[in-house]
Design a protein around this ligand. Structure first.
Ligand code: 4AZ
Length: 313
């Protein structure tokens, strides 16, 4: 009898975990097996190594160029200002992409969009709520070159000076295109607190986060829009921001401004019903200790799992 009970118990345990853990991506998000950064176009950046940023998406929107980030197996996060319409025609999304000019490599996928959702409160004047979601026209399988990023959960904190990375194929200075073969660029820049950043931008809102050097020289730029600003939390990469705007690019005392991802956990989860992205409550320290906290759905799945284990044993 005992021999028969064990598999049933294990099965039910798995069922409870599956049913309560809708936050499925938490177990896979933010891993970049080919990224060798230990802690942590783009102006002032460098060529990324292939596969270093496996969530990076390249969006070609009727001749316009934008970035994006893969957040589960069928959704890409990007910026509202990349989309002048929610029409999916003439929209291509590349994943696993390294060079823009070479023919499609074996690590690369090109997909269409089945749906574009622009935040209903996006304000093109102030750039507030500069966030959009693109549904891919087919689901993708994850590889070393194609992985979803984790997202900053509501209530996350990104302290002044925290080291972050931004990536993209945008211009390397205002008006200067990334030269052939257009290899993905990466640059590390520190967070600028909202109180400091507000002295540069009088339209700054709580839905924005800034990053840049006081001296300038390193920044995201035109064409990087919609792409991810990420930071490392232990072994996992978490997206803090979405490339949004700035005065010029890499100018002293004018940091880049990003949509603050942690303000949109509910909005994102309201649009995406299956395979919800992995959200991590990031309470950044600029020093050694980083604290990973489990997302609420995963935490909530623990008591029923423990309960069913005891009841069934
Ligand atoms: C742009 O034009 C743009 N320095 C994007 C990002 C930044 C500036 C301009 C941030 O799309």
């Amino acid at each position: 009898m005992m021999v028969k009970l064990v598999p049933v118990r294990v099965l039910l345990l798995l069922l409870v975990l599956w049913a309560t853990g809708s936050d499925a991506q938490i177990d896979v998000c933010g891993r970049a097996p080919l990224n060798s950064k230990t802690d942590s176009r783009i102006v002032g950046g460098q060529d990324a190594s292939e596969g270093a940023w496996p969530w990076q998406a390249s969006l070609e929107i009727r001749n316009g160029l934008c970035g994006g980030s893969l957040i589960n197996n069928q959704w890409v996060l990007s910026a509202a200002h990349c989309f002048t319409s929610t029409s999916t025609s003439g929209v291509s999304i590349y994943l696993g992409r390294h060079n823009r000019q070479n023919p499609l490599s074996s690590n690369e996928l090109r997909l269409g969009a089945s749906r574009i959702i622009v935040h209903e409160d996006y304000d093109s004047k102030s750039s507030d709520n500069d966030i959009a979601l693109v549904q891919l026209d087919s689901t993708v399988d994850f590889t070393d070159y194609i992985q979803p990023v984790c997202l900053a959960a509501e209530g996350s904190a990104f302290p002044d000076g925290l080291d972050c990375w931004v990536t993209g194929w945008g211009t390397i200075q205002t008006g200067v295109s990334l030269p052939a073969p257009e290899t993905l660029q990466e640059v590390d820049i520190p967070i600028v607190s909202n109180s400091r950043c507000a002295s540069s931008y009088n339209t700054l809102t709580d839905n924005m986060v800034c990053a840049g050097l006081s001296a300038g020289g390193k920044d995201s730029c035109q064409g990087d829009s919609g792409g991810p600003l990420v930071t490392k939390n232990g072994s996992v990469w978490v997206q803090a921001g979405i490339v949004s705007f700035g005065r010029g690019c890499a100018e002293p005392d004018f940091p880049g401004v990003y949509a603050r991802v942690s303000q949109y956990q509910s909005w994102i989860n309201n649009q995406i019903s299956t395979n919800q992205p992995g959200f991590i409550n990031f309470q950044g320290s600029t020093g050694a200790a980083t604290f990973v906290s489990m997302s609420l759905p995963l935490l909530l799945s623990v008591p029923p799992a423990v309960f069913s284990f005891f009841v069934l044993s």
